[in-house]
Design a protein around this ligand. Structure first.
Ligand SMILES: Nc1ncnc2c1ncn2[C@@H]1O[C@H](COP(=O)(O)OP(=O)(O)OP(=O)(O)O)[C@@H](O)[C@H]1O
Ligand code: SF4
Ligand SMILES: [Mg+2]
Length: 319
């Protein structure tokens, strides 16, 4: 890794109040995303992916830990002005484009909103940025969409509008949280291509959140596998997909049908369901479901450690 990352999290935690204590949705994660990189965050439902994304964006206040943003520094205790500067550069695309857009607003109204806040009074600049963002999001010719309402657009077009709104301010950090999982399979690749191009051509740092590993090879440069609030494995996308090290990552990869990966696919079955994050198992939090668990796994929590130059894994098998 050469340059300073666009965004970096250090020991980031986010807990929610729960009966009898705290639900540790994000329980101490470290990650860094460079300009031009797509980091895929993968894990089962409830593993804390969305909470991690929202906390990185300061849409949730971190319980502890630190977030650093290039050009700004630490966001801990940041004042209002700093947060406004950060928000302009850090945006999110949600899973459900039907919920993300106001049904009573035209595409133009929806897209102008963030531009009016950040470029007040300058209508020409607003229009230029709006049209450019729409073209980058594949809404071509952009003018033909401006007066339309959400109900006049398909799901794919709506998601492109939501994407155009997110990139209109030319953010340096973009979170895409399951951006295609509500869309028809036939249009998913087009949207995922956009996300990849935002990183490669516009040099954004992208956090691509998905429970679906099969989309990750095409989109991500790096993958982080999350389980119950922790990153259990991280490394270059093709290495994680072709030769996962952590038993949880192995089970996720094994569950993907016909992934076309090289090498021998590990045969690991994932037993049972993900436990509630309010009742974390002791030791390795994956041990109740892990086919390779041994005595130590029930007692000591494995730490994320480096394996070679590019990979990290949290499992006692590699201690
Ligand atoms: N606002 C909240 N208040 C209380 N608990 C929350 C809140 N948001 C998330 N949680 C809990 O935190 C844990 C992680 O949830 P999160 O939505 O981050 O998971 P996820 O990996 O995004 O799952 P999914 O794949 O279903 O979107 C879950 O146990 C969830 O119930
Ligand atoms: S530490 Fe033990 S229980 Fe946890 S993943 Fe590794 S082998 Fe399985
Ligand atoms: Mg989620």
């Amino acid at each position: 890794m050469s340059a300073e990352p666009v965004i970096e999290a250090r020991a980031l935690r986010k807990s929610f109040p729960a009966r009898g204590g705290a639900l540790k949705a994000v329980d101490g994660i470290d990650l860094a995303i460079q300009a031009g990189e797509v980091l895929g965050l993968v894990g089962e439902s409830g593993s804390g992916k969305t909470t991690a994304g929202m906390t990185l964006l300061q849409l949730h206040e971190p319980t502890s830990g630190e977030i650093l943003f290039q050009g700004i520094g630490s966001l801990k205790g940041a004042n209002r002005r700093t947060l406004v500067a950060f928000r302009r550069q850090a945006q999110i695309v949600f899973q459900n484009p039907y919920e993300a857009l106001n049904p009573r607003e035209t595409v133009e109204q929806a897209l102008r909103e963030p531009l009016i806040i950040h470029f007040p009074g300058d209508k020409d600049a607003q229009r230029e940025k709006m049209l450019r963002a729409m073209e980058r999001a594949g809404l071509i010719p952009a003018e033909t969409y401006l007066s339309r309402y959400p109900h006049q657009l398909s799901g794919g077009q709506l998601q492109r509008v939501a994407i155009a709104r997110a990139i209109a301010l030319e953010p340096r950090f973009l979170v895409a949280d399951e951006p295609v999982s509500m869309l028809d399979v036939s249009i998913r690749a087009g949207i995922l291509n956009l996300i990849r191009r935002f990183a490669s051509e516009l040099k954004m740092a992208v956090l691509y959140i998905s429970h679906d590993l099969s989309t990750m090879r095409h989109v991500c440069s790096t993958i982080a596998v999350m389980y119950l609030g922790r990153i259990v494995e991280e490394g270059p996308a093709e290495q994680i997909l072709d030769a996962p090290l952590h038993p949880y990552a192995q089970a996720l990869v094994a569950a993907v049908p016909m992934m076309g990966g090289r090498g021998k696919r590990p045969r690991v079955q994932l037993a049972g369901a993900i436990p509630n994050a309010a009742e974390l198992p002791p030791g390795c939090r994956f041990h109740p479901r892990c086919p390779k668990a041994f005595a130590r796994c029930r007692e000591a929590e494995p730490q994320l450690r480096s394996i070679g130059e590019t990979r990290r894994v949290a499992c006692h098998l590699y201690d």
